[in-house]
Design a protein around this ligand. Structure first.
Ligand code: SAH
Ligand code: SF4
Ligand code: F3S
Length: 445
């Protein structure tokens, strides 16, 4: 009997997981697997998982139950990849749907695990973490729908140990990828028609590659974005995430110097209270954060600044919460990702601090944060009305087939009538109106 080699990967979590799923596809295509469009058609279902908050994990448990129904109908193999695989190992192995569990650094082993599953007829697991693996030599199989923008992972893992965060435990220690392999990948994407690459890392500012053959030769992040910017003047370069404790002026100078490095910085603040920042082990103060904001605005005045905020971290008082709202009013972020604190087993916060803000208080604080941010985002977008921006077209608007959408350098989504233009082209768009999430405008020649 020949095994059904149609594969479907479902991806949860951050952009790095999206990238990793493409790496996995690349590894398995070499083994004769071909992607298909849904779990009903697949002989191999893989789910690439996230552990960042409890609800991210709950969704995956729900999916495993769904895959089990599929398994009852026909022969299908199910594998769990990613951060939950790393965190929950045996617990996942015990789920009746699961055949394979593979952590983020073991994807090269997948063909072996699949082979063993077949020959031994037993579930397989590999969750070893590595201090070397960067998948540098594997070019991912792109699954993004538009063929215009895509991700490149430049480093893996994290050494920061923010007390609330599971990432260092499930992704292992930080390691930087060979810059030449990053530049090569960017060049290949450009040749394939892509016009934007998004360089990914948990803390891109600590990117540092040392030549193993010559330790005095090294490349830092400011140098890396220059190398990528030089691939082509019409290849946009984005990056995330910047860490306020590490974001260097060099990065801002590169941004000011190369017109194709997008003027957007995602700089997660997490809280506006020094007491909370200390407890989170973020290693900066509100004053230090504001100094970075000032430097950004001085060096790249048009830069959009976005952030992440956590509501209701351990022992957060009403005063701490007010400090966050007040910092938001002061900085006026263009947009933000906002979350309620979710205790993650094994982290320092889970071991040492009580998760003592009642759920209804967390929810109320989060709602106040969201409400304030949408008012600020709307104000920010209104400031764009009447201005003209360079927009890279990504695709057709979902609501209006005659309209296109793309992004400004500041990462704002912009919708406008197509006038015969296509995805992958740059156009200048004058903004006529807006919502808190979208700019609406018209192409000007
Ligand atoms: N490396 C990035 C963040 C990666 S996780 C950085 O340091 O900024 C993305 C966001 O998820 C974080 O910025 C944080 O706001 C949020 N997050 C992480 N752990 C969380 C937790 N336990 N509960 C709620 N939000 C969390
Ligand atoms: Fe988590 Fe902090 Fe690392 Fe970001 S920097 S991934 S929040 S430990
Ligand atoms: Fe989630 Fe892992 Fe990314 S925990 S946010 S998928 S690094």
């Amino acid at each position: 009997m020949t095994k059904d080699k149609r594969i479907f990967i479902e991806t949860y979590g951050c952009q790095m997981n999206v990238y990793d799923s493409e790496i996995v596809l690349s590894i398995l295509e070499k083994e004769g697997y071909t992607p298909c469009s849904g779990i009903e058609e697949a002989g191999l279902i893989l789910v690439n998982t996230c552990s960042i908050r409890e609800n991210a994990e709950q969704r995956v448990w729900g999916r495993l139950d769904r895959f089990l129904q599929e398994k009852k109908k026909r022969e299908v193999t199910v594998g769990v990849l990613g951060c939950m695989a790393e965190r929950l190992k045996q617990e996942l192995m015990s789920h009746p749907a699961v055949d394979i569990v593979a952590g983020p650094d073991t994807y090269r082993q997948l063909p072996v695990l699949l082979q063993r599953l077949e020959t031994e007829g037993q579930k397989q697991i590999d969750t070893a973490l590595s201090l070397k693996e960067t998948y540098a030599d594997i070019e991912p199989v792109r699954t993004d729908p538009n063929g215009v923008t895509s991700f490149i992972s430049i480093m893996r893992g994290c050494n920061n140990m923010c007390t609330y965060c599971i990432v260092p435990y499930v992704r292992g220690g930080e390691r930087s990828r060979d810059p030449q392999s990053i530049v090569r990948e960017a060049r290949h994407m450009y040749e394939a028609g892509y016009r934007e690459v998004n360089l990914l890392g948990q803390n891109v500012d600590s990117y540092l590659w040392k030549n193993p053959g010559n330790p005095t030769e090294s490349v830092n992040f400011a140098q890396l974005i220059e190398l990528v910017a030089l691939v082509a003047p019409d290849l946009r370069v984005r990056f995330s995430t910047s860490h306020p404790k590490d974001m260097s002026n060099g990065v801002l100078y590169s941004m000011a110097m190369y017109p194709n490095i997008c003027t957007h910085i995602h700089l997660p603040v997490q809280s506006g209270s020094d007491r909370m920042l200390e407890k989170m082990n973020r290693k900066y103060t509100v004053a230090g954060y504001l100094e970075r904001i000032e430097k950004i605005r001085e060096t790249v005045p048009e830069a959009a600044i976005t952030t992440d905020i956590i509501a209701g971290f351990c022992s957060e008082t009403e005063e701490d919460h007010q400090a966050t709202l007040s910092l938001m009013r002061q900085v006026r972020f263009d947009s933000a990702f906002m979350f309620q604190y979710s205790q993650r087993p094994g982290t320092k916060a889970a071991r040492h601090f009580a998760d003592d803000v009642p759920p209804e208080v967390k929810t109320r604080r989060l709602n106040e944060i969201i409400e304030l941010q949408s008012a600020i985002s709307l104000e920010r977008n209104r400031e764009c009305v009447g201005q003209t921006y360079e927009v890279l077209i990504e695709g057709t608007s979902k609501r209006d087939k005659g309209a296109l959408f793309g992004r400004t350098q500041g990462n704002k989504v912009c919708v406008f009538p197509a006038l015969g233009h296509r995805p992958g082209e740059y156009v200048n768009v004058t903004v006529e109106s807006c919502t808190s999430a979208t700019l609406l405008g018209n192409i000007v020649e």
